[in-house]
Design a protein around this ligand. Sequence first.
Ligand SMILES: *Cc1c(COP(=O)(O)O)cnc(C)c1O
Length: 441
Amino acid sequence: MVKKRRCARRKNRLNKTPNSPLHHFTYKNDRLFAEDVDLTALADAIGTPFYVYSEATFRRHFRVFADAFAGSDALVAYSVKANSNIAIVKTLASEGAGADVVSAGELQRALHAGIGPKKIVFSGVGKTRDELSFALDAGIYQFNVESEPELVALGAIAQEKNLSAPIALRINPDVAAGGHANISTGKSEDKFGVPWARARALYAKARAMQGIDIKGVDVHIGSQIDDLDPFETAFKKVAGLIADLRADGCAIERLDLGGGLGIPYGEGATPPHPDAYAQMIKRVTSPLGVQLIFEPGRMIAGNAGILVSRVIYVKAGEERRFLIIDAGMNDLMRPALYDAYHDIWPVQKNDNADTETYDIVGPVCESTDRFAKTRRLQKMQSGDLIAIMSTGAYGASQTSQYNTRPLIPEVLVNGDQYAVIRKRPTFDEIIEKENLPDWLV
Ligand SMILES: *Cc1c(COP(=O)(O)O)cnc(C)c1O
């Protein structure tokens, strides 16, 4: 019964945005499909657990976001860390996406996937000198500088190369936002950005620096934000700062508003549609006459992927019934890291089956290796498949091989075709990077 009501709610949401289905993971004759690929057959073919992505969903979400700003001068720079598989970055590149990167590795990925350097912005609190140097040589569009020492280092490196680094300072507007304390980035106690009170002075310093070319202002207040108010508060503050900076003689031509727009995970508030987000932003920023830059990650990738896993055992504990599945926290960290909620669906649905309450856990030797607590599901058996929904963002990109569990495959679906876009390594491939010192051989 509980499940039925959830489905009804989901339909309502779909109706609110008639042209933008949340995703293309649907039941056909009670079997779960990714677009036109039968997930039961896919699981038999490649083995579990695995991530599976819907290419149409990635494209759809990117377009919905980009279209919301059609007619504005805007660069949509996909946040590569959300899902950094080359095939995904390339899919988005083909839609015209730029990239927001947070390491030299991600920068290389974006370039490798065909995103031009003039569409790439580089964020992050701890860019090393090597990374700054590499990005300068690549000729990226913008460095989002997060501190005074970073500004000084970047200026010096650029000057040495006889270059000028295009920058925005990431300003911390001291606004609380984000679905969980561990994903808030815009409070004064967070490590991100330049303190609000220091912003004008630091811009004045940057203006006097040889290797620095001030282009804009950057702000990113957090992730999984399901309410327009904190965005509006932050963006208005930043618009005021731009007026002050211009009065100080700084030519500000770009405004980077970061990412952070949330997605519906099946529990909690329903985040605003990109159109509503765009309307608010146009209202706040149109008098400024700036190019807008966006760095959406989750909003593009989140609902475009799911994790398919098989039940190993159903274990009756003293107080709880555990569904022990073959995916672990190393394959999907979000529940352990942020207490994240994910809908969990049976791959073979049976609406007439009895239901049962389960704690859904993985095999990893950690108490936080748990995907859901007291979740009501149709009765499950060893060997059944389940899907952990909305895991396209911050899923595969956060995986590790803890417990020597091989990185799980990622599969991209396009209609009735699929391709393995990251394969499961063999044991030999896992240990080939490890070496015995001479004295142990
Ligand atoms: C992670 C991150 C993003 C993307 O955030 P989402 O919530 O996935 O949209 C954008 N900008 C910066 C600087 C980030 O660190």
